[in-house]
Design a protein around this ligand. Sequence first.
Ligand code: AMP
Length: 315
Amino acid sequence: MTSHGATQNGKLVVVGSLAIDTIETQGNRAAGVLGGAATYFAVAASFFAPVQIVGVVGDDFPQDELDWFRSRGIDLSGLEVRAGKTMRWTGRYHEDMNVRDTLSFEANVFDGYLPTLPAAYCDAPFVFLANIAPALQARVLDQMRAPRLVGADTMNFYIEGARADLERLLRRVPLLIINDEEARLLSGERNMVRAARKVLELGPTSLMIKRGEYGVLFFSGNSVFSAPAYPLEEVFDPTGAGDTFAGGVMGYLAATGDVSPAGIRKAIVYGSVVASFTVEAFSLDRLRTLTRDDIERRYRQFVSLTSFDVADASA
Ligand code: AMP
């Protein structure tokens, strides 16, 4: 174990956005804070496994955040720093925090960016294609030699704006991790079970659907698994919950190498645990002080939250 709790098993490559966010909730606002799908994912996964980031930031990206990533064992040799501005996103949450509006989005240095992976990344057994244009996700996948497990996420912006690229990508992605609205948009179905069936026809063999406070549904072949969300009294900022869920799932799978159905179920609970911490504060702030012990404690609470007597149930 290293000091931050990650084991040195299978490496995990992630490509996706690194951004500066401005977030508005009904009562609070945080401007110019750390964001981006790859950022949330990498920090969450680094509690479990060594992570290698692919992406680009501008020369305005805070040096102390890069130092923080390195201190967590995150490999930044695939991160380009280009002259210009880092990606920027502003979002506002409704009173119902499952609903949010994008107020502004600037791709900035991601415009025209073509990722080239360092040689040391290409043999990684696990790869996650976090939110970014599907053509960029595909370019990263092209450079991986023979990954054991490829996971991916996408969002409304790309489902609506880059559908053809996305459909081409999905034929190469065994594990898709998206939220309920994205599953609806991708499939044209409201019902989650029907939506899942249609999404699985697009290529992935397994699908995790994140449903915010309602938890996660996992579909693979004929099996379905359901995990609740950890019941929290207050959700402060849901930004990045989905990315940290995916980071927990993939980080745990990379650390254990166990991609059996039982291993995946445990990974889903670890992902749910990390996501439940993320939403307790703005941006990645809660993850800055989180420890592996905190994660294990809440994992055990999750187990007792969902255990019931099978004998009683069948009586
Ligand atoms: P999530 O809450 O999991 O949907 O992720 C939020 C993160 O996605 C924020 O930190 C944003 O910086 C980032 N983001 C917003 N729009 C985009 C986009 N079009 N492409 C990639 N990342 C984005």
